[in-house]
Design a protein around this ligand. Structure first.
Ligand SMILES: Nc1nc2c(ncn2[C@@H]2O[C@H](COP(=O)(O)OP(=O)(O)OP(=O)(O)O)[C@@H](O)[C@H]2O)c(=O)[nH]1
Ligand SMILES: [Mg+2]
Length: 421
C-alpha cells in the first residue's frame, strides 16, 4: 500500500491530484487544514491518501450495488391501480401496494447499508477482508475497524497476514495502544485516612454486587479493616441486600438517608482503611435524582468514584451514561456483566472513548469470585479472540478455533480471584 499526502486549495483539487497519481482507487484516510507556506493568513487542505498495489486489497471498483434501484432491468413495479370493480378488491390492491412500497423502501435501506459497509472496507489488505466483518460483528464501529486494519500489511509480512494468530497479536497491540493505562488495584488508605470507594451508575448494572465482591475480597481475604455505607434508601430491599453481604463478611453497614448522614458515617469510620459507598441506581435521564446523587458526592473528601457500565451497553447509551454520571470526577470504570454479551467491542469502545481508566471487570453473579482486576490487554484479547472465532465460523474450516466450553476468557479459571495486591 502507498500512503501519500497532498496539499491544495480545496479538498477536491487535492483529491484530483491524488487520483491522477495513484489511480481511481485512492482512498481518503485523513484531512486537515495547514497554513499556506508563503501567504500568512491563508490555509491549504492537506489530505492523506492510501492506494493499493494491484491485487493487494479490496478496491473501490470491486464494490457493486447489491440491488439495482427499481429491481432488475426491465422489471416493472406491479400495476396496482384500484379497478373500481369492487370495494373489497380495491382495498386489497391498495393494501398490497402499500406493502410493496414498504418492502421497496426496506430494500433500499438494506442496499445503502451494505454498500456503505462494503465501501468502508476499501483499502483493507485483502487477506484481512474477513477480519473486517468479524471485528464489526463483535461490536467495533466501522471507523475503528478500518483504522485498525489499514496499514497492518506494513507491520506484518504477507504470510503473517494469512495467519490468524499473527494478526491477533498485532490487533491486540493496536487496540491496547488506544486505551488509557488501567486503574490498578484498589489501595487501602493508611489507618486514619480510609479510602472512600464509591460506585455510581444506571439501575441494575451490578453496583451493589460489585461492592460485595470487593468488600469480601479486602475484608475477608486480605483482612483489611473495611466498612460499608449505603446511600440507596430508594429501592425496596436495597439496604437488606447489602446488609446480608455485610453480615456474611462481618463488616459494619450504615445507612445514609441524607448527605449529612453520609458525612457522619464516614467520620465515624476513620479507623477503617476502606469505606465502600453504595449508591442508588439512577436512569441517566433522571436529572433531578442525579442532582441528589451529586449532593451526596459533594460531602465526600477525595472519593474514589467508579462508574459501572454493563458490557452490552451500546456506544451511544454508554456515552449518555458517562455524561450524566459525572456527578464527581470518576477515577475508574467498572465494566459489569461481561458474561452476558459477546459484543466485547462495545466495552472496549466505552473505555477508549471515555479515556477513563478501566478498573474492574465482572463476569457473573457469584460473590466474590466473579470479578477481575481489569487489564487492558485482557479486554483487547477478548475482542480479538471473539472476532477470530467469528472468522473461523464464517470460513468453517478451522475446527481448532471452536470456543472451548466455559467461554473465551483469556484468563485461566484458577485466576478468577486474581485481584492484584
Ligand atoms: N450475569 C451477571 N449478573 C450480574 C453481574 N453483576 C451483578 N449481576 C446481577 O445483576 C442483578 C443486579 O445487581 P445489583 O448489584 O443489585 O445491581 P445494582 O446496580 O446495585 O442495582 P440498583 O441498586 O437497583 O441500581 C443481580 O441479579 C446481580 O446478581 C455480573 O457480572 N454478571
Ligand atoms: Mg444496588
Amino acid at each position: 500500500m502507498k500512503i501519500r499526502k497532498y496539499r491544495a486549495a480545496s479538498i477536491k483539487q487535492a483529491f484530483a491530484q491524488a487520483r491522477a497519481e495513484l489511480g481511481e482507487d485512492a482512498v481518503l484516510l485523513h484531512q486537515r487544514k495547514v497554513p499556506h507556506p508563503s501567504t500568512p493568513g491563508l490555509s491549504l487542505v492537506e489530505i492523506t491518501v492510501a492506494a493499493d498495489l494491484p491485487g493487494d486489497r479490496v478496491a473501490a471498483s470491486e464494490i457493486r450495488p447489491f440491488f439495482v434501484e427499481g429491481g432488475e432491468p426491465g422489471h416493472q413495479a406491479p400495476r396496482l391501480e384500484p379497478s373500481g370493480d369492487s370495494g373489497a378488491k380495491d382495498a386489497e390492491l391498495l393494501r398490497m401496494r402499500a406493502e410493496y412500497d414498504r418492502l421497496r423502501e426496506e430494500m433500499a435501506q438494506v442496499r445503502s447499508l451494505l454498500l456503505r459497509q462494503a465501501q468502508q472496507s476499501v483499502g483493507v489488505p485483502r487477506p484481512l477482508a474477513g477480519w473486517y466483518t468479524a471485528l464489526r460483528e463483535v461490536g467495533l464501529s466501522a471507523d475503528r475497524v478500518h483504522h485498525l486494519l489499514v496499514g497492518l500489511d506494513e507491520v506484518l509480512t504477507p504470510s503473517a497476514l494469512e495467519r490468524p494468530e499473527m494478526v491477533e497479536v498485532a490487533l491486540v497491540q493496536r487496540l491496547v495502544a488506544e486505551l488509557p493505562p488501567a486503574r490498578g488495584p484498589l489501595q487501602p488508605g493508611p489507618p486514619g485516612r480510609p479510602r472512600i470507594f464509591v460506585i455510581v451508575g444506571p439501575t441494575g448494572v451490578g453496583k451493589t454486587t460489585t461492592i460485595a465482591k470487593l468488600a469480601a475480597y479486602y475484608g475477608v481475604q486480605r483482612h483489611v479493616p473495611i466498612a460499608l455505607v449505603t446511600a440507596d434508601t430508594y429501592r425496596i430491599g436495597a439496604v437488606g441486600q447489602l446488609r446480608t453481604y455485610g453480615e456474611l463478611i462481618r463488616a459494619p453497614l450504615d445507612v445514609a438517608y441524607t448527605p449529612d448522614e453520609l458525612a457522619e458515617h464516614i467520620q465515624r469510620h476513620q479507623d477503617k482503611q476502606i469505606i465502600f459507598v453504595d449508591t442508588p441506581g439512577r436512569s441517566p435521564s433522571d436529572t433531578e435524582q442525579l442532582e441528589v446523587l451529586r449532593s451526596f458526592m459533594a460531602v465526600l473528601e477525595e472519593p474514589d468514584v467508579h462508574i459501572a457500565v454493563a458490557a452490552g451497553t451500546s456506544a451511544e447509551d454508554a456515552r449518555n451514561v458517562l455524561e450524566h454520571f459525572a456527578v464527581a470526577p470518576p477515577s475508574g470504570l467498572i465494566v459489569t456483566k461481561l458474561d452476558e454479551t459477546s459484543l466485547y467491542g462495545l466495552a472496549y469502545t466505552t473505555v477508549r472513548e471515555s479515556q477513563i481508566p478501566l478498573a474492574y471487570l465482572t463476569t457473573g453473579q457469584r460473590v466474590p469470585e466473579d470479578i477481575r482486576l481489569a487489564q487492558n490487554v485482557e479486554l483487547a484479547q477478548l475482542v480479538v479472540r471473539m472476532a477470530r472465532h467469528r472468522l473461523a465460523q464464517a470460513s468453517s474450516r478451522d475446527e481448532a478455533m471452536a470456543v472451548p466450553p466455559g467461554g473465551l476468557y483469556p484468563w485461566a479459571e484458577s485466576q478468577a480471584l486474581g485481584i492484584g495486591h
